[in-house]
Design a protein. Structure first.
Length: 358
C-alpha cells in the first residue's frame, strides 16, 4: 500500500499530477494514524529552467564579485608592502641623526647659460656626473637638485669635507667644451710656480652640521631635510666663492678633533658673518687641500660685534653679548644727530650773543 502511494499517478484535467510526500493524519478512532496521498500540479518545464538559470547566474555573479574583491585587496596589500619596502630602502640609505648638509652651486651660471646655452648643457652633464660619482664614494645622499645646485647629506663632517675638497680638485681635471674656457669665470689660471689653480667651471660649496628633521616623500621616493642646520648650510654656501669650500665653527670642531683630517687640510678663518634669515652671527672658515692652497678669495667684509658695529646678531667674539637691532641703532643714531644739531644751535646762539654783547 505504501509503495503504491509513491508510484500511483493521477490525472488532472489531462495533466499529470506529481506525487509528493504523503500527509499523515490521526485516525478517526484516535487509535492510530492515517496516511493520505498528496499531490501537486507540476510547474512547466521551461519555468523551472528559467529559475535554474537565474540561480546559476546569481551564483556566478557572486563568485566573480568575491574573486574581484579578493584580488583587489590582495593587490592593495602587495602595493602597500612594496611601497613600504621602497620607503624603508630609501630611509636606510639616507643619513639620520647628526647629519652634515652640503650645498653646491656653479659661479656665474646664469651668465654662462645666457652666453653659451649649448656648451653649458654639455658642461652641466659633466658636472652632475662628477658630483654623483663622488657622493657615492663618500657615502653622500642626494636630497635634491635645483638647477645646477646640489643639496646633499653626509653621515659625518669628515665625509662632507673630503667630498668637497676632492670635488674642487677633480673639477679641474674634467674635459669641458673648449668654448667654455674663453669665459672669464672659467679661464685657466696658473700659480707662480706653474701649477693650475683654476680651470673650467667653478663650484662653491658650503656646509653645516646638525640634527635636521627628515621627511619621506612618497611621490618622489626621496627623503627631504628641514631645520635650522639646513638653512644655515644654504646661507654658508651663499658666502662662498666659486672654487671655495666654506664651513662653520661646528664643522671646524670636527676637523680639529680628527688628527688625520687636520693634517691634510689648510684652514683659513674669514671672520664673523651676518647670514640672511639666521638669528646669530657665524664664524666662517675656508678649507682646502694643500694642492689648492694658492687660491685667493676676497670674501665679503665680516660682521663685527656691538663694540665695533653689529647687525642684530649674537656675536661669538664678544662671548654672546647681544648686538642691538637696526631699529635700536637707528634710534641711537637719530638721537646722536639730534644732540649734535642742538649743540650746534646752542653754539651758534652763543656766538650771536657774544657778538651782540661786544
Amino acid at each position: 500500500m505504501q509503495d503504491n502511494l509513491w508510484t500511483t499517478v493521477g490525472l488532472w484535467k489531462g495533466g499529470v499530477l506529481e506525487l509528493v510526500k504523503p500527509v499523515v493524519f490521526p485516525s478517526k478512532d484516535g487509535k492510530g494514524t492515517q496516511t493520505v496521498p498528496s499531490a501537486r500540479v507540476p510547474e512547466p518545464e521551461d519555468k523551472r529552467k528559467v529559475e535554474k538559470d537565474k540561480d546559476s547566474t546569481l551564483t556566478v555573479v557572486l563568485a566573480v564579485l568575491i574573486t574581484f574583491l579578493f584580488l583587489l585587496v590582495l593587490c592593495l596589500v602587495v602595493l602597500y608592502v612594496l611601497r613600504w619596502r621602497r620607503a624603508r630602502k630609501v630611509l636606510q640609505s639616507a643619513p639620520t641623526g647628526q647629519v652634515t648638509v652640503v650645498f653646491t652651486d656653479i659661479q656665474s651660471s646664469s651668465a654662462l647659460w645666457d652666453a653659451l646655452p649649448e656648451v653649458m648643457s654639455r658642461s652641466l652633464v659633466i658636472h652632475n656626473n662628477l658630483i654623483r660619482q663622488l657622493k657615492k664614494r663618500y657615502r653622500g645622499y642626494e636630497i635634491k637638485t635645483i638647477g645646477d645646485s646640489f643639496m646633499l647629506a653626509f653621515p659625518t663632517s669628515k665625509d662632507a669635507i673630503n667630498f668637497s675638497c676632492v670635488l674642487q680638485q677633480e673639477m679641474m681635471k674634467m674635459e669641458f667644451p673648449e668654448d667654455l674656457y674663453y669665459e672669464d669665470s672659467c679661464r685657466t689660471v696658473y700659480s707662480n710656480d706653474g701649477q693650475v689653480l683654476w680651470k673650467g667651471l667653478r663650484v662653491r660649496v658650503g656646509m653645516q652640521v646638525g640634527n635636521p628633521n627628515i621627511e619621506y616623500d612618497y611621490k618622489t621616493n626621496t627623503v627631504d631635510y628641514f631645520g635650522p642646520s639646513v638653512n644655515e648650510a644654504a646661507r654658508v654656501e651663499s658666502k662662498a666663492i666659486g672654487g671655495q669650500v666654506v664651513i662653520s665653527d661646528e664643522v671646524l670642531d670636527v676637523v680639529m678633533a680628527d688628527e688625520t683630517l687636520r693634517s691634510q687640510l689648510i684652514v683659513r678663518s674669514h671672520g664673523i658673518y651676518s647670514l640672511k634669515g639666521i638669528s646669530r652671527a657665524m664664524r666662517l672658515h675656508a678649507v682646502c687641500y694643500e694642492e689648492l692652497a694658492g687660491r685667493e678669495f676676497s670674501m665679503v667684509q665680516e660682521v663685527r660685534c656691538d663694540r665695533c658695529g653689529g647687525n642684530n646678531m649674537t656675536c661669538p667674539r664678544c662671548d654672546g653679548d647681544a648686538i642691538p637691532s637696526r631699529k635700536t641703532r637707528r634710534r641711537r643714531s637719530n638721537k646722536s644727530n639730534t644732540n649734535t644739531t642742538k649743540s650746534k644751535v646752542v653754539s651758534d646762539s652763543s656766538s650771536v650773543y657774544n657778538s651782540s654783547s661786544v
